[in-house]
Design a binder for this molecule. Structure first.
Ligand code: PMP
Length: 414
């Protein structure tokens, strides 16, 4: 029987945990404590069911089929587009382009909008807390176009130095690409203010929503970003699916990213005309099953309620930070006023990786290392951090386990 609804009443973490089968498992003989949610979130049963149901019942290629299965698959695929549109409050459904994830979204914009609009001597601004996915595509573009990458610095709390941002803007600035919430520090950046300032100079802004879209209410119209990218797997959905939102007028002017089936209107050996939005950017058979199941994840989040989730995660974050700070030798990295549920820390005289290995022995999954933010780690002059990141299904008791584990590890290694 495929469940389509989750029966979840006002926030009840016990009931929520029951929706996530993986939370039942043991690791190294201990109950799993999964604190690697910023890397990828676990999947509720409804998402797994949606995936299985697609392959059981209506696997077919989409859009051009006239048989029943193709129509059902197309309807389910396109229903996800409508749900995403609502989830981020886009104006038009054709502004929702399916990708493989944030990385592909940023690369798409760099390779199309970027190649079309960035000229020699132009400048692109990013920040010092970007994920490599929001650094490297722009570096590649700058190399190709002889353009310049400029960086908004980060202060000791892990906040953007906004006064410096203003100073970086010049008549040559063509694009700003900025992370909404940092994956390694949790910092929530003032993207609305950044967009406001950038637009005063006609600068286009891309927002990396990899971490924000699961925790914060996203309203791309209110934010007024030109592009917004997200990954399904961070929002309790399957891997291999993501979204590029772009303002329609920009997407229409942009050349296609990849050529192939689906993105064409007509092909002759002399010339090809391109399909309309959003299909112009969706060449080839897409990841149908995972896109279909992504809708179940968004419905699930909506049903639990982002406000409920946020309150719970904020409670866990504060609880964890307070408790970890009481441990001798622990230093928190990233103490911004506005944060998502990420707690990054280092322990004096201990490599983060050693801590991660020991915690895994206690059944606790954290991430250690540079979190694909090497320039940010260099800024703090550290090799990396231990990062615990919380989701709707985590509990205070699990945080207690983490704290005990850290204390035990320190005793063992010091
Ligand atoms: N940006 C940020 C802030 C991220 O946290 C991540 C994923 N860790 C990415 C970009 C890249 O996302 P993906 O690997 O899903 O493409």
């Amino acid at each position: 029987m495929i469940s389509t609804s989750t029966d979840i009443k006002p926030f009840d973490v016990g009931a929520i945990r029951k929706e996530f089968p993986v939370l039942e498992r043991k690791v190294k003989g201990k109950d799993l404590v999964y604190f690697d949610n910023a890397a990828t979130a676990q999947k509720p049963q409804v998402v797994i069911d949606a995936l299985v149901n697609y392959y059981h019942q209506y696997n077919a290629n989409i859009h051009r089929g006239i048989h029943s299965l193709a129509e059902e698959a197309t309807a389910a695929f396109e229903a996800t587009r409508d749900t995403v549109k609502e989830f981020i409050n886009a104006r038009y459904r054709e502004e929702i382009i399916f990708t493989r994830g944030v990385t592909e979204g940023v690369n798409l914009v760099a390779a199309t909008y970027g190649r079309q609009n960035i000229k020699e001597g132009d400048e692109i601004i990013i920040s010092g807390m970007e994920h490599h996915s929001n650094i490297v595509p722009w570096q590649m573009l700058c190399l190709e176009k002889k353009a310049k990458l400029k960086i908004i610095p980060v202060d000791d709390n892990g906040e953007l130095m906004m006064s410096e941002f203003q100073k970086l803007i010049s008549p040559k600035t063509k694009l700003v690409s900025i992370v909404h919430a940092s994956n390694s520090l949790g910092t929530i950046n003032p993207v609305k203010e950044i967009i406001d300032i950038a637009h005063q100079y006609n600068i286009v802004v891309l927002v990396d929503g990899a971490q924000s879209s699961v925790h914060l209410d996203i309203d791309v119209q209110d934010m007024d970003c030109d592009f917004f990218v997200l990954s399904s797997h961070k929002i309790y959905g399957p891997t291999g699916v993501g979204v590029l939102y772009g303002k329609k007028e920009l997407l229409e002017e942009m050349p296609p990213y990849m050529g192939g089936g689906e993105m064409i209107k007509e092909v002759t050996f002399d010339k090809t005309t391109y399909n309309e939005l959003p299909y112009k950017f969706e060449a080839g058979t897409p990841n149908i099953a995972d896109t279909v199941a992504f809708k179940a994840a968004l419905d699930f989040v909506n049903e639990v309620g982002k406000d409920n989730i946020r309150k719970h995660e904020e409670m866990l974050t504060k609880y964890a930070m307070d408790k970890l700070l009481k441990i001798d030798g622990v230093r928190l990295i990233g103490t911004a006023k506005h944060k998502t549920s990420v707690v990054s820390f280092i322990v004096e005289g201990m490599h983060p990786q050693d801590m991660g290995i020991l915690l895994d022995n206690y059944g606790i999954a954290v991430r250690t290392g540079h979190h694909c933010c090497q320039p940010l780690m260099n800024r703090f002059e550290i090799p990396g951090t231990v990062r615990a990141s919380f989701a709707m299904y985590n509990t205070k008791e699990e945080v207690d386990e983490l704290v005990k584990g850290v204390e035990k590890a320190i005793k063992l290694l010091k």
